[in-house]
Unconditional design. Structure first.
Length: 90
């Protein structure tokens, strides 16, 4: 980025706007509940988003589990799509 210019959302540690909806194919952190009742964060890929239900369909990228999950929007965090420049955005 340029000096004095704010980095865009999803650049480095800059979070997405509250109204942001991750696109199909985007990587997200997803909070899922295990059969034992524990909450765990996984890395997942967005398959679809249902705006009327505010739910994402995601695929766990772990080769062993390969789960297809439906999660509420508040359990999904979009991951950065751009890297910040440490020289201009310390």
């Amino acid at each position: 980025g340029k000096s004095g210019v704010e980095p865009p959302p999803l650049c480095g540690a800059i979070p997405a706007d509250f109204s942001y909806v991750a696109k199909v194919g985007d990587m997200v952190a997803a909070l899922v509940r295990s059969p034992e009742g524990d909450d765990n964060w996984i890395l997942a890929e967005v398959v679809s988003y249902n705006s009327s239900l505010s739910k994402y369909e995601v695929d766990d990228i772990d080769e062993e589990s390969k789960e297809h999950l439906t999660l509420s929007r508040r359990r999904v965090v979009p991951l950065p799509v751009l890297r910040a420049n440490p020289e201009t955005d310390p």
